[in-house]
Write a protein that binds this ligand. Structure first.
Ligand code: SAM
Length: 241
């Protein structure tokens, strides 16, 4: 972590905590805007000095993005480095995708999979049109063999499809697309009620850990997303060999 007066950098200058003029006690999580002047979902643009330069940041709302909530809840793993290739399942209209696009930068790629055509249209219009590093894949994440535009392996798979079998979907996508020589990390967003609305949240989360372990994964972190989100947890796992 390095500091430059009002800006604190996290994960090697990938994500930032910046001063909040309206509430000095609570800093704003943000990414460097890859497309200055352009916001995507009503997020605030803040210009601040960082390492001697004027930088435009985009605020990253933890109530709208579970990855932002996980970072504020002390996430440690962060494979989303500049130049990284990531497979993102359940891109929706691109809220979180747009911040990952900021982070991986022009040399990186976010392969963004979305099934619902209406939502995918918004992703194309609002995000893909402005950001060359987001490659849209309008497809069902249950059939990763049908994606045609992924080249090379990816260093991270982010899965937020809110489906009962999402852990199995995520594992199959990792099997197909992780870099074989250098397997990456799986970020699995678990929505307890989508998996089993009758079981307690705690039990649903531990069931998913068991499925991952049976598939040969080591669970590195389990992050509860409260107070930003009451019903989700984030599991970070990587293959054991
Ligand atoms: C909870 S939303 C994702 C929110 C998004 N990750 C974000 O943070 O901005 C879940 C998305 O997954 C998509 N989805 C559900 N099942 C899917 C599948 N089998 N393949 C691809 N996308 C799917 C839904 O259409 C929806 O847009």
């Amino acid at each position: 972590m390095s500091e430059d007066s009002s800006v604190i950098s996290l994960f090697d200058n990938s994500v930032f905590l910046i001063d909040n003029p309206k509430n000095p006690a609570r800093k704003i999580l943000a990414t460097k805007n890859l497309t200055p002047g352009h916001s995507f979902y009503g997020e605030t643009l803040v210009v601040n000095k960082f390492q001697g330069q004027r930088v435009e940041f985009r605020s990253w709302d933890p109530f709208r993005s579970k990855l932002s909530a996980a970072i504020l809840n002390r996430l440690k793993s962060f494979p989303f480095t500049p130049g990284a290739h990531c497979l993102y399942l359940g891109a929706s209209t691109g809220t979180t995708v747009s911040h990952l696009s900021d982070i991986v930068g022009t040399e990186g790629r976010i392969f963004a999979v979305e099934l619902a055509s209406r939502v995918a249209r918004e992703l194309l219009e609002n995000v893909v049109k402005y950001r060359k590093n987001v490659i849209p894949i309008i497809a069902d994440a249950k059939h990763p063999e049908k994606y045609t535009t992924i080249y090379g392996g990816v260093g991270a798979v982010y899965c937020d499809v809110a489906q009962p079998d999402q852990t199995e979907i995520a594992i199959e996508n990792c099997r197909m697309y992780f870099d074989k020589n250098n397997p990456g990390q799986l970020f699995l967003v678990v929505k307890a009620s989508s998996i089993d609305s009758l079981k307690s949240k705690k039990l649903v989360f531990s069931d998913q850990v068991e499925i991952l372990e049976r598939a040969g994964y080591q669970v590195l972190e389990q992050i509860d997303l409260e107070p930003y989100d009451k019903n989700h947890a984030m599991l970070i796992a990587s293959p054991m060999n």
